[in-house]
Design a protein around this ligand. Structure first.
Ligand code: SAH
Length: 220
């Protein structure tokens, strides 16, 4: 738990993070700015890292995984163009911070994480924050949600060598998928739109994510 003084300090740092690292760059989506301006990122971090919650950096969350840098969370969410009515599939729950941002901007989020410990901890934090429109699944998300169905949006928060066909098949018509695609050490953030069964890919920027490890991702 953080003290009253610490939480006041963190609130000021959160506002500064939104001003400098999101608004000050190219984040303009009002929903993204509003949600990231009120969601306590410190709640998703191991206690030793709480004081660094609003530096624009990825931070370790255990098991060799990281919570993404705030700017990247904002950029990926903005690329999804959420209006509030969507069902979103997220691969790589991690700390649950990105999951929470999505849940506050969409109708329902379905999130998959391969590490039990991370999935359970994320679920506990979201429950504590009163965020209830999320379904959790523990396992390999590289093949998508276990039941065959489609989603309006799909977000991969771990890198893939190429976007798995099974995930493209789970993208609904007029849907958008956002993913870091490329090699282990560097990727391109790509947006794929499905229009009349055609896929249109746009490259956003270079990025570096941990690997998506699974049947249709990287090998261990
Ligand atoms: N959005 C998260 C990012 C976590 S890093 C956050 O900000 O906290 C990516 C996550 O993807 C890690 O937790 C990792 O364990 C998970 N992951 C990797 N391969 C996966 C797979 N095949 N299925 C589900 N999750 C996977």
């Amino acid at each position: 738990m953080v003290s009253y003084d610490q939480s006041k300090k963190l609130a000021a740092e959160r506002a500064a993070m939104v001003r400098h690292h999101l608004r000050g760059r190219d984040i303009t989506d009002p929903g993204v700015l509003e949600v990231m301006g009120r969601l306590p990122r410190e709640a998703f971090l191991p206690p030793d890292y709480a004081a660094q919650a609003y530096a624009d950096n990825p931070l370790p969350i255990g098991g060799g995984q990281t919570i993404s840098q705030p700017y990247i969370v904002a950029l990926m969410t903005q690329c999804l163009k959420l209006t509030g009515s969507e069902e979103v599939l997220e691969i790589g729950t991690g700390s649950g911070y990105q999951t929470a941002v999505l849940a506050l901007l969409a109708r329902r989020v379905y999130t998959i994480e391969r590490f039990n410990r991370l999935a359970e901890s994320a679920q506990a934090v979201l429950a504590r924050l009163g965020i209830e429109n999320v379904e959790y699944f523990i396992g390999d998300g590289s093949a998508g949600w276990p039941e065959k169905r489609t989603f309006d949006r799909i977000l991969l928060t771990a890198a893939v060598p190429s976007v798995p066909q099974t995930l493209l098949a789970q993208l609904a018509e007029a849907g958008r998928l956002v993913a870091p695609v490329g090699q282990e050490t560097s990727q391109m953030l790509e947006v794929i739109e499905k229009k009349h069964d055609q896929l249109i890919t746009t490259s956003v920027c270079g990025c570096r994510f941990v690997k998506l490890i699974g049947e249709f991702g990287f090998q261990q």
